[in-house]
Design a protein around this ligand. Sequence first.
Ligand SMILES: *Cc1c(COP(=O)(O)O)cnc(C)c1O
Length: 416
Amino acid sequence: MTPFDTAVSRDACAARDTSDPLAALRDRFVLPQGMIYLDGNSLGPLPRAAVDMFSYTIEQEWGQNLIKSWNTAGWFDMPLRLGDRIGALIGAAPGQTVVCDTTSINLYKAVCAASGLRSDRDVIVAEAASFPTDLYIIEGAMKSTGRPMKRRLIGADGPLDALLDDRVAVVVLSHVDYRTGALMDVAAITEQVHKAGALVVWDLCHSAGVIEFAFDADAIDFAVGCTYKYLNGGPGSPAFISVASRHQAAASHPLSGWWGHAAPFDFDRDFRPDAGIKRFLCGTQPIISLRGVDAALDALEGVTVAALRHKSLALTALFINRVSTLLPDLEIVTPRDPTLRGSQVAIAFEHGYAVVQAMIERGVIGDFRAPDIMRFGFAPLYLRFQDIWDAAEILAACVRAEVWRDPRYSRRSAVT
Ligand SMILES: *Cc1c(COP(=O)(O)O)cnc(C)c1O
């Protein structure tokens, strides 16, 4: 049975929910009554267990135990401990991942380190369609290498094949395109980059926790990603960085803070990096926010990424099928081929902003990415097939009612 077969009726969707082996996971999250949340690719919902974990950390560990908690509550080791748990989700053996800082900062460290490992080369390749912070960070990292660097952009300057040569030090790519939802062939691209003698940095922001990734099996060099999207760690929760063991001893980056020192409590005058992944830490980490990641990873206990991916594809297939049935004129820009699709569906529509606003008013939360993309994220941990059916109906109702004629749906907020 292909996932499309479920698209026959709302009752069929409800029946599919009843037999869904992941259905019970929904109870692990706080989901407001009457809301269909299709924005877990921007900010995941609150794991129920996070509330108690946050209050215990605040009232007991901080309130009562104070500084002792660095040792007794395991605060100091949290970046490594959580890093190994995320490593398990992305196919990275322990000792290669730490949870810390933001994706932007971790990307900076990764690009600087990768460039340093290829110091005889002077080109960084990235995608013109990257999430903008990735491009901005690459610009900054290029200035930090201490040598003149050049940037080539996939899309603007040509396809990847045409841009790879013996000048390329690093290629930075997103596993899933944040706008279109297109999924990259990680194994093939990584092999191609390696053949050209360059290193690869994969940005997993739109795949960590929902799509399989084979960090070790595909011989990935570096990966970064955030924990507040499909991983549900909370607003601004710390990100992660993975660095292959084979690179760690020679990998260095400019943010040489004391948490990356081999012996931070020796208070040496000179920086001596930790031998392993800890060298990618910089300074004191936000413990309360790290607890959000801790609780979010607990909410994934007993679930495989393969099972999440399987349901995610069924959800996106159902939505694509319903939207193309109800609104055949809309342009779905996300690939229909499941092997090329992430966990979101993007629809290009000139009145997309107003339609998304009208849908939000009707309880379906998606988002909008300029200039004209309506974006809907499908998180298999807590979404039901009936939610997808209803969301497509509400989208169709908004488009048919031409909601963009009402000026109140066109007012823009700072965050879209
Ligand atoms: C969400 C996202 C980021 C976010 O970076 P922050 O430093 O957490 O703001 C970076 N890259 C991509 C591809 C993203 O989707």
